[in-house]
Design a protein around this ligand. Structure first.
Ligand code: C2O
Ligand code: CU
Length: 471
């Protein structure tokens, strides 16, 4: 144990890294929480965005007074800037041409993947698309923001350890929508496994590999049990990103409902109300929530148990963040215009691909995860034509759920075990429940090599990953 921790400390020293900010210093009762720092755009021209992002070793205090050695992103255009978890937000408008000058100050190679953004394949940050950026190396990611929505960025090599160490950040692409809300907040849901010292645990239990590492401390945007203040009756837009290696968040705000307005691929044509909202690793949802109550009330956003398989026990409701109501009541104007939705036409003649997800344990030093009986890199690539429509039939034979992610394009849910979905929208990551078959319709995007994989990072790194080659 000691030796491993010393190794991390050394890695941290080499880069001369600045410490991460201590966001706990921000007044706990301000309304500021949920508004991340924005990456500085050095190109004054409209429609052109040029930012710098640096991955670096840093420190943060998940537990007060007990700094942890982490890896984090900082804004490279502000010399004095400190790295934060999550990293600074990339804020864009639809149509923006984006250049991200990336520098790797970590002691190991890394990449950045722009999860959900339809970037050119060579800028997708996967190891099939680029040689990982070595320590000290740089890479310019160049793409156009085609779709409005909530996205995120993270490494795509050793993702199970690099994302766990703190490498993730958010992206909002604004499409000029007319959603009316008193506030617009970003909440990144995560968990970390900490030792009593406050350091990230270096111990990997067999269950960490089987389920994806489960932390013992829940985080919202890098902080444990944050809180903020807003007016009674305020209607707020909350954007959720699940950046955890393996944890499912099943959200609720007791006494309130969420109006779900957007999925991974942007605004829905028809929002819907729900009391609980399941957010699987890699997924994004946007909701409107009206914070009813009286001045002085405190509301708790909680995560409650969801049976994702392998008989994990129910810990009871856990608080994620607190909202204090204060000040005069707010009565916002309702939104009337939402997104648009056109179903991808599929019928019995539409070509089908079948993918069977499973796990293998017996006789192996650690579990492997399979697609059609093969484990990456041995999963044969799917070869298809850009622009074609196909149905992917993803059957989960394992005794646990797997959140399935496809790069480079969005898809639509057709049915789960033959049952059509209650709500429709665009997804790039979808939970495939244990022992069920999820069918999705996809119109293939740009030619090139794309990846698909389970977004439980331990599963992706242990075989549940494949390649889609579009011609
Ligand atoms: Cu969020 Cu292939 O990744
Ligand atoms: Cu999985």
């Amino acid at each position: 144990m000691g030796a491993v921790v010393a190794g991390i400390l050394l890695a941290g020293c080499g880069s001369g890294a600045p410490g991460a900010g201590t966001p706990d210093m921000i007044a706990a009762t301000s309304s500021a929480f949920g508004h991340p720092a924005i990456l500085g755009d050095r190109d004054p021209a409209t429609g052109q965005v040029e930012v710098s992002l640096v991955a670096t070793a840093a420190k943060t205090e998940y537990l007060p007074g007990k700094p942890a050695n982490v890896w984090a992103y900082r804004d490279g255009s502000a010399a004095a800037d400190t790295a934060t978890i999550p990293g600074p937000m990339l804020q864009l408008r639809v149509g923006d041409h984006v250049t991200v000058h990336f520098r790797n100050e970590l002691p190991e190679a890394t990449t950045i993947h722009w999860h959900g953004i339809r970037v050119p394949p060579a800028h997708d940050g996967t190891p099939i698309a680029q040689v990982p950026v070595p320590p000290g190396g740089t890479f310019d990611y160049v793409f156009t923001a085609d779709d409005a929505g909530t996205f995120w960025y993270h490494p795509h090599v050793k993702s199970d350890s690099q994302i766990e160490r703190g490498l993730y950040g958010t992206i909002v692409v604004d499409g000029g929508d007319e959603v009316r809300a008193d506030d617009d907040r970003m909440f990144v849901l995560d968990d970390v496994k900490l030792e009593a010292t406050g350091l990230l645990s270096e111990r990997t239990a067999p269950l960490d590999l089987m389920l994806g590492r489960q932390g013992n401390v829940l985080l919202v945007s890098g902080r444990r049990a944050p809180s903020f203040e807003t007016r009674p009756g305020a209607r707020e837009r909350w954007r959720f990103v699940n950046s955890a290696n393996g944890r499912y968040f099943n959200l609720r705000l007791p006494g309130h409902t969420f109006q779900v307005i957007a999925w991974d691929g942007g605004l829905l044509a028809e929002p819907y109300e729900t009391e609980t909202l399941l957010v699987a690793p890699g997924e994004r949802y946007e909701v409107l929530v009206t914070l009813d109550g009286a001045a002085g009330d405190e509301l708790a956003l909680q995560t409650i148990h969801y049976d994702r398989g392998h008989d994990i026990p129910d810990p009871g409701p856990q608080d994620l963040l607190h909202v204090r109501l204060a000040g005069p009541a707010s009565s916002p104007v309702p939104t009337r215009k939402w997104g648009t939705f056109a179903a991808i036409p599929v019928n019995g003649q539409t070509p089908r691909r079948s993918l069977v997800l499973d796990e293998m344990e017996e006789g192996l030093p650690e579990p492997r995860f399979t697609i059609n009986g093969q484990s990456a890199p041995d999963v044969p690539p799917i070869v298809a034509r850009s622009g074609d429509v196909e149905v992917w039939e993803i059957r989960n034979d394992a005794p646990m759920d797997h959140p399935f992610h496809l790069h480079g394009m969005f898809f639509q849910l057709v049915d789960i075990d033959g049952v059509a979905p209650a709500h429709r929208g665009w997804k790039d990551t979808i939970n495939v429940p244990m022992k069920k078959t999820v069918r999705v319709a996809v119109r293939y995007g740009a030619a090139g090599k794309w990846m698909y994989h389970c977004h439980i990072l331990e599963h992706a790194e242990r075989g549940m990953m494949g390649e889609l080659m579009l011609q």
